[in-house]
Ligand binder design. Structure first.
Ligand code: SAH
Length: 465
């Protein structure tokens, strides 16, 4: 879902054991690649005049073969057929480019080291834990950044991950026989990974790991559940760790238009994404239909993630959804999210309370009824000493401001509107009850936007650049 303007590099994992790979170059740059290739049991052939001492040792030990001393065109053309990969790794960019050109002509994937332009593949930075490989690539744009990211990821992957992968490989057949159903199988493995069995496998205690696994197989029934999760107002960095964890484990995700694509990007790739919001030729799916869909899927054994903008219990109809789930005896969890008021206030630099001017904060909905009327507690809203945050109020903004003035707040009373708060394209307008509606109309402010009314708007503070 990320907007890719550059053609992206497609990551795959390649089998190299026993296959020929040609390396052009014999210096340190070449040695770095050959070390990787040997670790993957490739048959490395080298074209180089002089070999770096490490390369020389490999040649002496018969681990690599030097097939020619000079990388001229005839030699390159003769050497490449039958190779699975070519590395052009001399310290001469022209030689590398020539070799790359010949390889491209033969349709053999080629990497000119540190030179993405003539290359048809690049070598990502890698993390190894036994069978587990994590590759990080910036598409050749910033190798130093890739290495830095590798360090960050490296420190979060436990040492025993390789042992864990081997254990899981050994038990695949056993689990497959015990649980023929694929979603049940995945559930078993996920429960296993969350529990003490995974730790035992990481430590090499396979007997204990197997006992825990069998216990899980015996006890996990195919029972679906629903997770009602708040995704925050838009910036994916505002997801809770729990939300992220569940997004990585759900079988399907029901979402609506408040969810930014950046958030949906964090959902497990093979989870089914189900849009239940407003469609072009159709109104929003009625709440009863959404409830029924949640129940139907959970009863079919799925782990259903109902992902909501902000917090599910703040103008999110989360309460209605869990009542329906309870009636059908579907197990559920509710995970709070950062509500729009918190997110927009923080990112706009407007405090919601302030010792000097706001001892309370009121959240209200500015959504008009079907007949266009607004029924709000105007008297308690039109008071000094507090902040009023209005959700869903863009279209009713003029009416809202007029009503607040009519109920006693001065037209100069501060007010702000935050459009697409916390997102990259957030806009903030500040003004007064008297002039905010005109400002917002002129700027073309559209939903989702949040209105903040009160003297706190005057305390807006922005970080120095
Ligand atoms: N459950 C959500 C609110 C859903 S109601 C929450 O806790 O935030 C939808 C309204 O929330 C929108 O009309 C808008 O007023 C507000 N909203 C949600 N996300 C927003 C955002 N990123 N910026 C501004 N307002 C937002």
């Amino acid at each position: 879902m990320t907007n890719i303007s550059e053609p992206a590099w497609f990551p795959i994992a390649l089998r190299l054991d026993g296959v020929r790979v040609l390396v052009v170059g014999g210096g340190m740059i070449a040695a770095n690649k050959v070390r990787l290739l040997l670790a993957h049991r490739a048959r490395v052939e080298v074209i180089a005049g002089r070999l770096d001492p490490e390369m020389q040792r490999w040649e002496d030990d018969g681990r690599i073969t030097r097939i020619a001393p000079t990388a001229d065109e005839t030699t390159l053309r003769a050497a490449m057929p039958g190779c699975r990969l070519v590395y052009a790794a001399t310290d001469d960019r022209d030689v590398n480019r020539e070799a790359a050109g010949i390889a491209r002509g033969m349709n053999i994937p080629v990497c000119a080291v540190d030179d993405p332009q003539p290359s048809t593949f690049i070598t990502p930075a890698q993390i190894h834990r036994g069978l587990v490989r994590i590759a990080i690539s910036t598409g050749g744009a910033a190798p130093v950044l890739a290495r830095r990211l590798r360090e960050q990821v490296e420190s979060t992957i436990p040492e025993g991950t390789g042992a864990l992968a081997v254990f899981m490989q050994q038990q695949r057949e056993h689990v497959g026989t015990a649980c023929p159903d694929i979603s049940r199988r995945r559930q078993v493995w996920e429960t296993f990974l969350d529990g003490t069995g995974a730790q035992a496998a990481r430590n090499g205690d396979t007997t204990r790991a197997r006992a825990v696994l069998d216990d899980i197989i015996a006890t996990t029934a195919t029972r679906g559940e629903v997770w009602l999760v708040g995704a925050g107002p838009g910036d994916p960095d505002l997801l809770t760790l729990r939300a992220l964890h569940l997004m990585q484990n759900a079988d399907c995700v029901l979402y609506d238009q408040l969810l930014s694509p950046a958030l949906l990007d964090r959902v497990r790739r093979d989870a089914e994404l189900v849009f239940v919001g407003k469609q072009r030729n159709r109104h929003t799916m009625p709440q009863e239909e959404i409830n029924a869909e949640l129940i139907r899927r959970a009863q079919a054994g799925q782990r259903v993630l109902r992902l909501k903008g902000g917090d599910p219990f703040v103008f999110g109809r989360g309460g209605e959804e869990i009542e329906a789930l309870l009636e059908s005896a579907i197990p559920f969890q509710v995970v709070p999210g950062i509500t729009a008021a918190n997110g927009c206030a923080a990112y706009a630099g407007i405090p919601l309370t302030h010792r000097d001017c706001a001892q309370a904060c009121l959240f209200v909905t500015g959504h008009a009824r079907a007949d266009g009327t607004l029924h709000l507690p105007w008297d308690s809203m039109a008071r000094p000493g507090q902040t009023v945050v209005i959700y869903m109020g863009v279209s009713a903004l003029p009416a809202l401001c007029a009503k607040l003035i009519e109920h006693g707040l001065p037209p100069q009373w501060p007010a702000a509107i935050v459009e697409r708060g916390t997102r990259a394209d957030q806009r903030v307008l500040t003004g007064t009850l008297g002039n905010l509606p005109t400002q917002a109309a002129q700027a073309g402010v559209a939903s989702p936007a949040l209105i903040i009314v009160g003297e706190v708007v005057r305390h807006r503070v922005l970080s120095p650049a």
